[in-house]
Design a protein around this ligand. Structure first.
Ligand code: ATP
Ligand code: MG
Length: 458
């Protein structure tokens, strides 16, 4: 894939490199003059307030009326400029969390480590507002590792510093509610135009700082159909083992984002090709068949079917499980259970996935195993009654699209399941309720009888 290698500084006369500044290491190439971001006035960009969420606008306006800077930040500005509907509207401001608490009655400060203000609106809606932050200097950092993380996340800074701490240039644009302009400190506008995903600063440094950015780079390029800047792949090659050191909760979140955006197949395929998978999802080999199944799941997501985490986990490991439990050899169901556990448990332990989700993922694998064996076997009636069987059939149907020889089984099972459903729902409304067998009354025990229960003490 050809990269986009143009240096923004060379391209734009509006930006000048200021050597007297002392940028953080790795930021030099993109450093612009402190006072000279690119500012696009309202008539030169396509962001219309009509497309901004009403409650977010209220928060922006109130901050602004009270003399604070109030910007739409991050993904929402990027998406609005690309004519896409943003998922959420994050707000950046120079008001501190305490100032925000005074300004908004419905404000709650959240996050033990990373203090954010949540402004709550009717219907449980929450608008997230963060004070501008900056990357602290090395000598400012406390020694204690736990405190270190807390500190790094909470050093307040200027808007420009806030832009520079972000991951990619296209994610660091601001929309100023004060004059409706778009502010670009890092060259994001040009990269949006060039469809180029570029790390802010040197990727070799930024990926070491936070290895999850390697996955995010591939993810955003796939989501937006952008090309990776030339320096990204060599930096991934160098630092991919660090993915294994990233907080599992964050990796889990990003992996689920791949499924929610319907890009699990292309991203995990690229991760496989780049040798990232063993560090990212140990235990997931990402074979062609498995990726093909994820592709089917992505298509299903793209037409609006929501994806559960248990479904995603079962999909990731279905190929591996089927290799271990080929239905043709008819392994016993307990053996299949054992294999499913062997595959799923290490994954769920590592990512601290709740037992209920783990259990469902396992049931889906076992469900697919039963479906693959075909109809007419022992335990079929109970299996048809199992609440997860229709979901297992959904997964199996997608699997059968990868393995067309399974299509007749899908057909047979679908008929059985539909028949059962219509039996369940097809009871005429005025049908008399089924008579229950009268309960047999127990004969009262006589006092002094053997084995009688001891009397309860109050
Ligand atoms: P989405 O549409 O998925 O919400 P987003 O760009 O809003 O995309 P988020 O994960 O919600 O992505 O993060 C919000 C913003 O926070 C990003 O746009 C980026 O500016 C910043 N950010 C997120 N993760 C990182 C990171 N690992 N390093 C630096 N900045 C980050
Ligand atoms: Mg977001």
């Amino acid at each position: 894939m050809p990269g986009c290698s143009s240096k923004y500084i060379q391209l734009s006369g509006m930006i000048c490199y200021s050597p007297e500044q002392t940028p953080a290491p790795g930021y030099k190439e993109l450093t612009m003059s402190e006072d000279n971001p690119i500012i696009l006035p309202r008539d030169q960009h396509r962001i219309s307030r009509r497309r901004i969420d009403e409650d977010s606008l209220k928060v922006l306006y109130r901050l602004h009326r009270n003399g604070f800077k109030a910007y739409l930040v991050g993904g929402s500005v990027r998406d609005l400029l690309l004519d896409r509907q943003p998922k959420d509207f994050d707000i950046g401001t120079d008001a501190t969390p305490n100032q925000m608490r005074k300004l908004f009655r419905n404000c709650f400060l959240v996050g033990r480590r990373f203090r954010l203000a949540h402004i709550r609106f009717a219907g449980g809606k929450v608008i997230e507002v963060a004070t501008f932050r900056r990357q602290p200097d090395e000598d400012e950092l406390p020694d204690d590792e736990d405190e270190h993380f807390h500190f790094v996340q909470n050093v307040f800074g200027t808007p420009r510093e806030d832009a520079y701490r972000r991951d990619f240039t296209i994610n660091a644009l601001f929309y100023d509610i004060g004059d409706f302009s778009v502010i670009d400190h890092v060259g994001g506008l040009r990269d949006l135009e060039e469809k180029c995903l570029r790390v802010i600063g040197d990727p070799r440094i930024r990926f070491v700082e936070d290895p999850v950015r390697m996955l995010r780079a591939i993810e955003f390029a796939a989501r937006l159909d952008f090309q990776l800047a030339d320096d990204i792949l060599p930096a991934i090659e160098e630092h991919k083992p660090l993915l294994a050191t990233a907080a599992p909760a964050r990796v889990r979140e990003e992996v689920m984002a791949l499924f929610r955006y319907g890009i699990a197949a292309p991203v995990l395929k690229q991760c496989r090709e780049l040798g990232m998978l063993p560090h990212l999802l140990a235990g997931y080999p990402g074979t062609d068949e498995s990726i093909a199944l994820l592709g089917k799941i992505d298509q299903r997501t793209m037409v609006g079917v929501p994806i559960e985490e248990s479904f995603a986990i079962a999909a990731l490991f279905l190929r591996l499980f089927m290799d271990d439990c080929p239905p043709s050899q008819e392994p016993h169901i307990t053996e299949a259970l054992h294999k499913a556990n062997e595959i799923i448990i290490p994954h769920c332990r590592y990512f601290s996935i709740a037992n209920a989700i783990r259990h469902q993922a396992r049931e889906l694998l076992i469900g697919c195993f039963r479906l693959a064996r075909g109809t007419g076997l022992r335990g079929e009636r109970r299996f048809l009654q199992h609440p997860l069987t229709p979901t297992a059939l959904e997964l199996f149907t997608l699997w059968a699209e990868v393995h067309p020889e399974l299509a007749p089984k899908v057909e047979q099972w679908s008929q059985l399941i539909n028949k059962r459903k219509s039996e369940e729902h097809g009871q005429p409304k005025d049908a008399p309720p089924q008579k229950r067998r009268p309960r047999r009354r127990r004969r009262p025990r006589r006092q002094g009888q053997k084995n009688s229960a001891p009397e309860k003490t109050p």
